[in-house]
Design a protein around this ligand. Structure first.
Ligand code: NAG
Ligand code: NAG
Ligand code: NAG
Length: 406
């Protein structure tokens, strides 16, 4: 574990020549709720009225975002993903929602969400069709941008199914241009890097950051540990590249947070949330807020972790190293603080012991640090020069600390 050069190396500075999309939005990673991971393309309201993609589902989630405290801790956007559309546009070429599932129309639904003090988001696709086979925005981008602005949309997730990979940059830039032209401030969430990277093509991340407020780089999250750790590993492998492009106005998006669903243990939920906070990811939940385990809700509403996520410097964590299957990540925070995550990837049942020096954590060994455990903020201790930080990390678990230079 020797051989580091010291001081400040947690930092991968955002290249300041790379300007962000200038719409004044997403100055910290957006927070909210989205249908996709949990409710997918369930259009069967006859058999499953409680869970189908419908205005009822969106209204119920908006209600609970407020009544159960999610709004108070910062969750703001309520977003419908795919499968809200009718199968055809109207006579004037405008998008229309499925009339059975959205009988009041999208404008009314957005008003409902706004009255709750929340913001409203929707989904489209720049190709011929959405991934679910509904009308896409190809050849209709200007019309669709206007429609969304008329409806009061505050956030657009723009997918890339049924399109040509060579058109991505021009297509996403065009929609960005039309969104801007509406004059309405709309968070622009893009899938552009993802489709290109997984096809082995290169991505101009500077152009992405200049066009989008957030962008997906990798596969959809699924309800399992293997999916969560695969995404974390992808971010670890690419952390120096991705980190350069993350900052106020634009964020790498590792996809939704899925705490409270079926697939993760409590420790795995802690890892998922802590790592999304470390990598300055948007915190967009996809889960059933109506049926939430207390402990998952408590994690989702943990203000200490949220404050790491929303730190105003907006720096994304990097993976420093792995020691015996324990990943060590650091993220520079405001006020001379550094967040440090220790993630145990091992599946053997025993918590692993780890002992690290300030050097191992890329902290300067010339000064003492005040360490605080970051979930509860109750355990504090000081580490100086020759001291070590010692801990046990549960399998598929994480320890998170905030180190403040004294
Ligand atoms: C449109 O773009 C201009 C120039 O980048 C920017 O100043 C303005 O705030 C944008 N407007 C909206 C509504 O995004
Ligand atoms: C990360 O890199 C390692 C080593 O090159 C590789 O084995 C692994 O498949 C990569 N994982 C992801 C998710 O990219
Ligand atoms: C969950 O929290 C509610 C409200 O605080 C409480 O009434 C209930 O007993 C808790 N359930 C469990 C299983 O702890």
């Amino acid at each position: 574990m020797k051989g580091f050069s010291i001081t400040g190396l947690c930092l991968v500075l955002l290249n300041t020549r790379i300007s962000a999309l200038d719409n004044g939005l997403a100055l910290t990673p957006p927070m909210g709720w989205l249908t996709w991971e949990r409710f997918r393309c369930n259009t069967d309201c006859e058999r499953d009225p409680e869970n189908c993609i419908s205005e009822r589902l969106i209204k119920e989630m908006a209600d609970i975002m407020v009544s159960d405290g999610y709004k108070d801790v910062g969750y703001e956007y309520v977003i419908i993903d795919d499968c809200w559309l009718a199968s055809e546009r109207d006579q004037d070429g405008r998008l229309v929602p499925d009339p059975k599932r959205f009988p009041s129309g999208i404008k009314k639904l957005a008003e409902y969400v706004h009255k709750k003090g929340l913001k409203f988001g929707i989904y489209e696709d720049f190709g011929k069709k959405t991934c679910g086979g509904f009308p896409g925005s190809e050849f209709y981008m200007e019309t669709d941008a206007k429609t969304f602005a008329d409806w009061g949309v505050d956030y657009l997730k723009f997918d890339g199914c049924y399109s040509n990979l060579n058109d991505f940059q021009a297509g996403y830039e065009a929609m960005g241009f039309f969104l801007n032209k509406t004059g309405r401030k709309i968070v622009y969430s893009c899938e552009w890097p993802f489709y290109k990277l997984v096809s082995g093509l290169s991505v101009d991340f500077a152009a992405v950051r200049n066009t989008c407020n957030m962008w997906r780089n990798y596969f959809d999250i699924q309800d399992s540990w293997s999916s969560v750790i695969d995404i974390i590993n992808f971010w670890g492998n690419n952390s120096k590249i991705f980190t350069k492009y993350a900052g106020p106005g634009g964020w790498n998006d590792p996809d939704m947070i899925i705490l409270g669903n079926f697939g993760l243990s409590y420790d795995e939920e802690r890892v998922h949330l802590a790592m999304w906070a470390m990598i300055a990811a948007p915190l967009i939940m996809s889960n059933d807020l109506r049926h939430m385990r207390n402990r998952s809700k408590a994690l989702l509403q943990n203000r200490n972790i949220i404050s790491v996520s929303q730190d105003k410097l907006g720096m994304q964590a990097i993976l420093l190293q792995k020691v015996n299957g324990i990943q060590i990540w650091c993220r520079k925070l405001s006020d001379n603080r550094t967040a440090l995550a220790f993630l145990n990837e091992n599946s053997d049942g025993m918590p692993r012991y780890l002992k690290v020096s300030l050097e191992d954590m890329k902290l300067s060994p010339t000064r003492p640090y005040n360490f605080t455990e970051a979930f509860e903020m109750k355990i504090h201790f000081i580490i100086a020069k020759e001291d070590h930080l010692e801990m046990y990390v549960n399998p598929h678990g994480v320890q998170l600390f905030i180190a403040k230079l004294m």
